[in-house]
Design a protein around this ligand. Structure first.
Ligand SMILES: [Zn+2]
Length: 506
């Protein structure tokens, strides 16, 4: 046998794509030729594979070896092809039966000593193998739990190349790995820990119920971060399909939590304001990796001290947030990641970040305005809820001692409100109030005139723009859903009007 082929999987974003690995040997000057758009890491893989084969005790054929990766037009990235390459070389040399490789998919990086190392993106790779009808996948032992999340395929974990050779020759078949059901991770921080801050607690509840992006403004210590961290706990847990989707993103990013391969709760991502566009949205050197925005898919992206983020970086968020996905293009490849995240922005009232009323603050009104203006208008346009948090005074603190509602109680209201909105929006393809376009709000779901009186006066006065009115209507519907009312009443509209920063432009 001088020709052998097997299968591996390449990644484009969070989509796996089957890659056929072919090895041909011929007489001639010994050496290796690699064809089919491999990146630098894949080219180095030949050296790793050779060392692993020799250190496993097998022979490295002294022939002219041509390795083809197809489809040729698809860029191949990363080290996950090593195992398939090694197996195909051994099969072409007759060391293992080539027939055993025909339908097998192999994933894994090889150490020089022949160990099989874990790789990123195993979940989407195994999903691709199942989609294309492959019955079995050999994966690194370290990725076994993640791979076994996928139904309908035999997952065979291997620790070394020698294990794989023993499997292929039939000497010692690899043992199938089954899905391990782990209890869900402990819930995140509880809303019951937040004393005082009635307005802030209300804001995260409304944000959770309507899926609204949220802007929290307030002095340091007002509890902006505490509140933001508690938003994911108010969101419904991820169903199986959503959990696999989010897990696939974290698999490609290399951020799967150890011991819990399936992400079942909405995630919370809080990148620092020094984060680059690549860290925030996606990119990086080597294979394209999803950024914090994508890792927050179906969860929460929290930008603390939002005005400190470079404006150009913030602006890159706007389109992806609108579309629910982001495409990162390179010269020869592009990757698309889903990013249906809920955004929470937080800001201090002024650049010196002193508590409001603190005599130490020397910022002029102009400086304060400039600081605010650093947040781009187009991004803020997507934010329905803008809430001003007062400093936590002693009185408010003592007020809050009367047992604040815990997350479990608030989450039940959120869930009921989401169901009510889902019923109303049935058949529109929309699920949350935050997704309803302004035109539909004004034409199909306009609240009764009497409820709108206050908003209309604000509109006439010029205190509210038409866009601002849309935001107020979205939030008013969420307030009605939370209260179990069929339509918003004047109080809902009044509260929605109040849930906007007084100082920010409507
Ligand atoms: Zn200041």
């Amino acid at each position: 046998m001088t020709l052998a082929r097997t299968w591996s999987v390449g990644l484009a974003g969070v989509q796996g794509a089957m890659v056929e690995v072919e090895v041909d040997m011929s007489a001639g000057v010994p050496g290796v030729v690699l064809v089919g758009l491999p990146d630098a890491v894949v080219r180095q893989s030949v050296d790793r594979v050779r060392a692993a084969v020799v250190n496993t005790g097998a022979r490295w054929p002294l022939r002219r070896i041509t390795i083809g990766l197809s489809p040729a037009a698809m860029p191949k990235q990363g080290s996950g092809f090593d195992l398939a390459l090694a197996a195909a070389v051994l099969a072409a040399d007759g060391a293992v039966p080539a027939a055993a490789l025909d339908h097998l998919v192999l994933l894994g990086e090889l150490g020089l000593d022949g160990s099989v190392r874990a790789v990123r993106g195993v979940l989407p790779a195994v999903l691709a193998a199942v989609r294309t009808g492959h019955p079995a996948v050999v994966v690194p032992a370290g990725n076994a739990d993640e791979a076994a999340l996928v139904d309908g395929v035999e997952v065979l974990p291997a620790a070394t190349l020698a294990d794989v050779v023993a499997h292929l020759t039939g000497r010692a078949p690899l043992v199938r790995h089954h899905r391990v059901r782990v209890p869900p991770p402990p819930p995140g921080p509880d809303l019951g820990d937040v004393l005082g801050q009635a307005a802030g607690r209300r804001a995260v509840e409304v944000a959770a119920a309507g899926g609204h992006h949220l802007f929290l403004s307030g002095p340091p210590g007002a509890g902006k971060t505490m509140l933001a961290e508690r938003l994911p706990g108010l969101l419904p847990p991820l169903d199986e399909a959503a959990a696999l989707e989010v897990t696939a993103i974290h698999s490609v990013a290399g951020t799967l939590p150890p011991g819990a391969p399936l992400v079942t709760r909405p995630t919370f991502e809080a990148p620092h304001h020094s984060a680059t566009t690549a860290a925030l949205v996606g990119g990086g050197s080597g294979p394209i990796r999803p950024g914090a925005l994508c890792r927050a898919h179906r969860g929460v992206l929290f930008l603390d001290e939002a005005p400190e983020f470079p404006r150009a970086v913030l602006d890159t968020l706007r389109q992806p947030l609108e579309r629910g996905e982001v495409t990162i293009a390179r010269a020869r490849s592009a990757a698309t990641f889903p990013c249906r995240a809920q955004l929470v922005l937080a800001a201090n009232p002024c650049p010196c970040a002193s508590a409001a009323g603190d005599t130490a603050c020397t910022c002029s009104p102009l400086e304060r305005r400039r600081y605010r203006a650093r947040l781009s208008g187009p991004l803020l346009d997507r934010v329905d809820l803008r809430v001003d948090l007062p400093p936590v005074t002693r009185a408010a603190w003592l007020d809050g001692v009367a047992a604040p509602e815990p997350t479990a109680v608030v989450a039940r209201r959120v869930s009921a409100a989401r169901s009510a909105a889902g019923e109303r929006l049935r058949g529109t393809g929309l699920h949350l109030n935050s997704e309803v376009p302004g035109r539909l709000l004004r034409e199909r779901w306009a609240p009764p005139r009497r409820a709108l009186a206050l908003a209309e006066r604000a509109l006439e006065r010029g205190a509210l723009s038409v866009r601002g009115l849309d935001r107020v209507l979205r939030v008013a519907w969420t307030l009605a859903d939370l209260a179990g009312r069929p339509v918003p009443d004047p109080d809902d509209v009044a509260e929605a009007l109040g849930m906007r920063l007084q100082r920010a432009a409507a």
